[in-house]
Design a protein around this ligand. Structure first.
Ligand code: BG6
Length: 331
């Protein structure tokens, strides 16, 4: 059973299909005119699928993902709020990813409204139980939109609605799981890597695998041969993930989100995760646009905005047709 909401007027009305997903959980389907699509669960305000116009899935979702509260869905784009990781007293990555969001039928207008027709607005407000563990009142509005070229755009607007005059601080991440061909470095005649990340070289990072110590990244691009769990600090607004085998480059553009987490659990940790297949680590890479090092502080009435735009460009890295630096420097 699904219901459709179509634009009633101009550009400010959303168009989506509302239906049931796994375990009867509510989800919203977005589709643009050329056939790109996205799927958003109200549980977690969680994007679980983003497909291009050829219906190819671009996000990783574990075959063992548990679509059952209180477990967050493994894959897609979990929202980490109001706490990233274990940087506070809350459970890992905060509670936004395992709360039920609702559709926001009448969100405040966006300053620069887009022409996107395929979008949905969600809202999360704290329950009394949430306030017991994080004593603040807030409105978290999330817009998920598909751009004309099939780009996936997420805009978060978080407002402090405390009536006791108190500010609050939070950390945040769009914990995006990208689907990649095979993350492992392949040794042939030359050391060659199927999957590389451009845009984080020479950046400082905190290594979660080394007691959050600070290091500086060396070398050209990030390639992968073992577990990685790093928080890159004050990163550029654009980051690219090049996937040689799929001949595809993901481009992330972020705004209001200075940091970027790179995570892959590799084989041992994969085996220890009940909602993740033993070999699935090969086919995913998390690159997470985030605000971690400097928590965001909002006074009552203040609002913060954090935006992530994901797009893909065809690439033929091997034959040198694409210079990844041009992807990063181009507009
Ligand atoms: O298993 P979770 O809670 O979804 O977290 C997965 C990973 O998320 C990453 O963002 C963290 O940097 C890792 O430390 C963590 O292991």
């Amino acid at each position: 059973m699904s219901t459709e909401k179509t634009p009633s007027s101009a550009s400010s009305s959303s168009s989506y299909v509302f239906c049931k997903g796994f375990n009867g959980l509510d989800k919203v389907l977005l589709r643009d005119a050329r056939g790109s699509s996205a799927e958003v669960y109200l549980y977690g305000g969680h994007v679980t699928s983003w497909k291009n116009e050829h219906a190819e899935e671009l996000l990783f979702l574990s075959s063992k993902a548990i679509f059952k509260p209180p477990k967050a869905i493994r894959g897609g784009i979990p929202i980490c709020f109001p706490q990233f990781g274990s940087l506070g007293t809350l459970d890992q990555h905060g509670f936004a990813r395992n709360r039920f969001w609702t559709i926001d039928d009448c969100p405040p207008p966006f300053p620069t409204n887009t022409l996107n027709k395929a979008f949905v607005d969600l809202i999360l407000k704290p329950t009394e139980d949430d306030i017991k563990i994080w004593p603040h009142s807030f409105e978290f509005r999330l817009r998920v939109a598909l751009g004309p070229g099939g780009d996936l755009m997420l805009t978060s607007r978080i407002r402090n609605t405390n009536i006791d005059g108190k500010p609050f601080s939070f950390t945040f991440a769009y914990h995006t799981y990208f689907s990649v061909s095979d993350i492992r470095q392949v040794l042939c005649l030359l050391v060659f890597s199927e999957v590389r990340v451009e845009g984080l070289e020479t950046m400082d990072y905190l290594d979660n695998l080394q007691k959050k110590e600070r290091f500086t990244e060396q070398g050209d691009a990030l390639t992968f041969e073992s577990e990685v769990d790093k928080v890159y600090l004050s990163t550029p607004t654009k980051i690219a993930i090049l996937d040689h085998e799929k001949k595809r480059t993901f481009v992330l553009r972020k705004d209001g989100l200075p940091d970027a987490v790179v995570w892959n659990p590799w084989d041992k940790k994969a085996k220890a995760m009940s909602d993740f297949g033993d070999d699935e680590y090969k086919h995913m890479l998390c690159v997470e646009a985030a605000a971690i090092e400097k928590p965001i502080t909002l006074k009552p009435g203040e609002e913060w905005k954090g935006r992530l735009e994901l797009s893909t460009v065809p690439s033929s890295y091997c034959s040198g047709q694409l210079d990844p630096r041009r992807v990063l420097q181009g507009s």
